[in-house]
Every structure is written in C-alpha cells, then in structure tokens.
Design a protein. Structure first.
Length: 256
C-alpha cells in the first residue's frame, strides 16, 4: 500500500486553513478510510468517550496515513500522549485544559525540544528506526498539532493566561461541556455564548487557532466569523444514524 503524502496537519492548522473533520467513535479503520475518500481533512479518534484499545487506535492511525487524512487522537489523559504520537498521530486533542499548569504539561508531553516527550524513533512516527534521531526530533516537533480543549468554567477565568502557554497550537471549544458546567439548558445560553466569545478573543490575541464542533452549516458560518477555522461536523456514528434514518424513510414511503 502506498502512503499518500499530504501537507502536514499542523502546518495547515497554523496557516488558518478551513479544515473539516469528524469524530471516529467506532473501533474500526473503515470509517477513517471512507472519510478520507470523501475528502475530509482530519478525523479525531475519540479515546475519551469511546471504546478504543491501543491496538485499535494504532490500526486507525496507520489507515489514516495510507489514506491521506490527518489522524488526531482525543486522549483520555496526558499520560496517553506519548503512545499516540509514537503511533503516528498528527495531533492530540486534550480534555479539560483548565489551568496554565495543565496547559504546560500538555505541551511538554507532546514536544521533544523544550518538553518532556520520551524519545524513540523505532516507531511508526520514526519510520521504525529509518529516521535518525535528529531528523525525527525535528520532524515531530514541527508536525504534531497540540489542541487544548477549553470546557470548564474555571478555564474561562484564566483563558488569557492559558492562551499564552508556549506549545499550544489551538483551542477546541467544548460547548457541550461548558453548557453542563454552567448548568445551562442549551449552548445558546448567555453564559456559554460569553465563554465562546472570551475564548475566541483570547485565541485571536495571541494567534492561537480555534476548533469547534458544529452540527449545522449556519452554526459553522457564525463561528467562522468569530475566527474558528477547524470544524468537527459529525461522528461516524452520527453519519450512520442519519444515513440509516434517511434510507428507512425513503424506502418506507416507496413501499407504502
């Protein structure tokens, strides 16, 4: 199988390109391959809220590399960052970055120079030893995107300080978690809308990029106007549900 060369995901993130992606929540490589074929820019393997083991994540990341789509992993904790980067992840999405200290820990775990990432080039990321030490370190520090999830009330009060942490490339605004955290009924509540404004303003001030989950084109357009450039538009489960629902309705009408 031939690897399809694509522009580094982090390079595209930092350039502010409009990027469309989806969560992968089912433990199979097929969804990532199909999404690549349809032209999506990235997938996020959801180790936080779905049933993945290390071998499954590894297999999906291998598929992403060969299919030509960026593979990002939402890790369950900082201790998982090393494993997924060694497997060749193009980036990490890290939950609950609610303090400067946690932001620094996330950035350090993902970087060699100035960080604390444990070294090994005998991994997929290092082409199983083919890439020498210096080249591997430089390539990984250049190409791995670090995306911090802002989804806690306490993070909003500290957002300017968190945004200034070196090594964080982007924020993901967790509107669902913020809605729960503020004890609001919907993401349209004033508290959540205000939090989104605060995050986007802080990010723009220091040149950080913003990712969001957006279920409608209208919502994505509005968030784009606020500065968001990365959009997770659904999950593989969501696509399956919508496709199944549509097919059932169409065939039920035709056969009625």
């Amino acid at each position: 199988m031939t690897v399809i060369e694509t522009r580094d995901f982090r390079e595209r993130v930092l350039a502010g390109e409009q990027l469309l992606g989806a969560f992968v929540k089912t433990p199979t490589a097929h969804a990532a391959e199909i999404l690549a074929q349809e032209g999506f820019d990235f997938v996020v393997i959801d180790e936080e809220h779905a049933l993945f083991n290390p071998e499954t994540t590894d297999r999906i990341l291998m598929t992403c590399r060969h299919a030509g789509i960026a593979g990002v992993v939402r890790v369950s904790d900082i201790g998982q960052i090393l494993r997924v980067l060694d497997c060749g992840a193009d980036g990490v999405l890290v939950p609950h970055v609610d303090s400067v200290e946690r932001g620094k820990a996330v950035a350090a775990a993902a970087r060699y120079r100035g960080g604390s990432r444990g070294f090994s080039n005998t991994t997929r990321a290092g082409h199983f030893g083919k890439t020498g030490m210096a080249d591997h370190i430089a390539a990984q520090d250049r190409r791995v995107a670090v995306i911090a999830m802002i989804e806690d009330v306490q993070a909003i009060a500290r957002i300017d300080e968190i945004a200034a942490v070196d090594g964080l490339d982007a924020f993901f605004i967790g509107r669902g978690d913020l809605t729960v955290a503020f004890e609001a009924e919907t993401a349209a509540s004033p508290d959540v809308v205000g939090a989104v404004d605060a995050i986007t303003v802080a990010a723009r001030r220091v040149g950080r990029k913003v990712f969001v989950m957006s279920g409608t084109p209208e919502d994505a357009e509005a968030l784009s106007e606020q500065g968001a450039t990365g959009f997770i538009v659904a999950s593989d489960q969501g696509f399956l549900r919508e496709g199944a629902k549509s097919a059932l309705q169409r065939f039920s009408v035709a056969l009625d």
